[in-house]
Write a protein that binds this ligand. Structure first.
Ligand SMILES: Nc1ccn([C@@H]2O[C@H](COP(=O)(O)OP(=O)(O)OP(=O)(O)O)[C@@H](O)[C@H]2O)c(=O)n1
Ligand SMILES: [Mg+2]
Length: 426
């Protein structure tokens, strides 16, 4: 048997990027031969094995043939006679269809670039910064549409080859993305959101038509105007892209990026006669985002933050004028006292929303967002109160449940009032 390192590890090493996990392909072996060498089988759908020591994945060389729609609809042919070239041919992109024989891989993961097996000009495409499909077998797995979009968000100076974009468009036309399982869609979307330029993922998905099928609520935002005095970029889709890229620049965690994705969905359903204003879009955003969260089985931390930000971002932006009583109400609506960390994330999403606007060079992206500091200070003051002592004292004075609650509430309002006054002076 012959063992080759393949896929992302070869690509990333050639790009000079750190290599995280290594995948291997085994040519000329049978499952029995693998077992005899101490490999453990793990693949459910494919013959994949774990190396006895490194636990790295080793897959038998295989070809795949499409048998039906969707992610599960293909037959796998893995046999000792499948060649390396055949295995590389069924892979998604030329830059992922590179291989290096194990004997040429150094223990540190490095290798001599001259040893790279490259039957599909992957290295040329790497140098020219092109994401290009290997063969028409690309069609066999519609998840690859999402992968190309995600790689565009990661490799920010790469372009999708026109013929690959055209093929992706055909696949969308043929209904291929309509049958993807929600878990796979979320897996790829969430990874793409975590890349350096999430806007590039949306752009690729939009251009090939996949966004309209997967996230029509998001796709609709392009072409929807906003008032130019608050949004010099005008287009809501453009605003969304600026917000997401700023979230990435600020290293925001996934729930924040998901909240950014969802915060303005309601602007897509604003009646035409009130445009470009979007009064009350927040409530519509929250409902639309809830639909996406359910459809894609989005994890609960993303779901909850997304809903809070969708519903409250307008109030948070306008919170500079609120008095202590109203600030406390806002904190309570966000459940900030019980979930202060989630509230910090909401403020980060709002910061991205406030600064993710404008046109090149207008400086809006660097403007301060004092609302976040002010609300954070107010929350801090409310949390610092010894509520337990206040309650004990109130009960010692004979006060009952709701009255004790009012006592605590009043104390919180006073604490916030003081904090706001101090911040005003600073
Ligand atoms: N839908 C898919 C998934 C994977 N692959 C192939 O399997 C390799 C390994 O897959 P994976 O680890 O998912 O992707 P990587 O390219 O390694 O990228 P990442 O850095 O995101 O792991 C890819 O390089 C590609 O050759 C593919 O052709 N089609
Ligand atoms: Mg990988």
């Amino acid at each position: 048997m012959q063992i080759y390192m393949v896929g992302g590890a070869v690509r990333d090493a050639l790009l000079g990027l750190p290599v995280k996990d290594r995948d291997w392909v085994v040519v000329g072996a049978t499952p029995e031969a693998m077992a005899a060498q101490g490999f453990t089988p793990v693949g459910k759908d494919f013959p994949v094995f774990l190396h006895p020591e490194t636990r790295e994945e080793h897959a038998l060389a295989r070809t795949e043939r499409k048998t039906a729609r969707g992610y599960k609809g293909f037959a796998v042919h893995a046999a000792p006679d499948v060649t390396l070239e055949q295995d590389l041919a069924r892979r998604d992109l030329t830059l992922n269809a590179l291989a290096v024989a194990r004997e040429h891989c150094r223990p540190d993961g490095g290798f001599d670039p001259a040893q790279v097996v490259d039957p599909y000009q992957g290295r040329r495409d790497l140098e020219q910064r092109i994401l290009r499909h290997v063969t028409p077998a690309f069609r066999e797995d519609p998840v690859r549409i999402l992968r190309v979009a995600r790689f565009s968000a990661r490799f920010t100076d790469f372009q999708v080859a026109p013929e690959t974009l055209a093929l992706m468009g055909e696949m969308v036309e043929d209904g291929e993305v309509d049958h993807l399982v929600p878990e796979r869609v979320w897996q790829e979307l969430s990874r793409g959101l975590m890349e350096a330029r999430p806007s590039r993922m949306l752009e690729v998905l939009r251009v090939c038509g996949a966004l309209k099928r997967l996230l029509p609520e998001v796709d609709r935002l392009w072409g929807v105007p906003q008032p130019a005095e608050h949004h010099p970029e005008v287009d809501t889709g453009v605003h969304l892209m600026l917000v997401l890229d700023l979230a990435a620049e600020l290293n925001a965690p996934l729930p924040v990026r998901y909240a950014c994705l969802g915060h303005d969905l309601g602007k897509g359903t604003t009646p035409a006669d009130v445009l470009p204003r979007h009064l009350g879009h927040e409530g519509r955003s929250a409902r639309l985002l809830q639909g996406i969260s359910e459809r894609l089985r989005v994890p609960v931390d993303c779901r909850e933050l997304g809903e809070v930000v969708a519903r409250e971002h307008g109030n948070i932006h306008a919170s500079g004028k609120l008095n202590a009583e109203a600030v406390l109400r806002l904190l309570e609506r966000c459940d900030a006292l019980r979930k202060p960390e989630r509230f910090s994330q909401a403020l980060l999403a709002c910061t991205c929303d406030a600064r993710g606007r404008g046109v090149a060079g207008d400086g809006l992206r660097d403007r301060p967002y004092p609302q976040a500091t002010r609300l954070q200070g107010a929350l801090h003051a409310a949390l610092a109160l010894p509520t337990h002592d206040i309650a004990t004292q109130a009960m010692a004075q004979g006060l009952k449940g709701p009255e004790v609650g009012r006592r605590i509430h009043a104390a919180r309002v006073r604490a916030i009032e003081q904090a706001l006054a101090t911040m005003q002076m600073a």
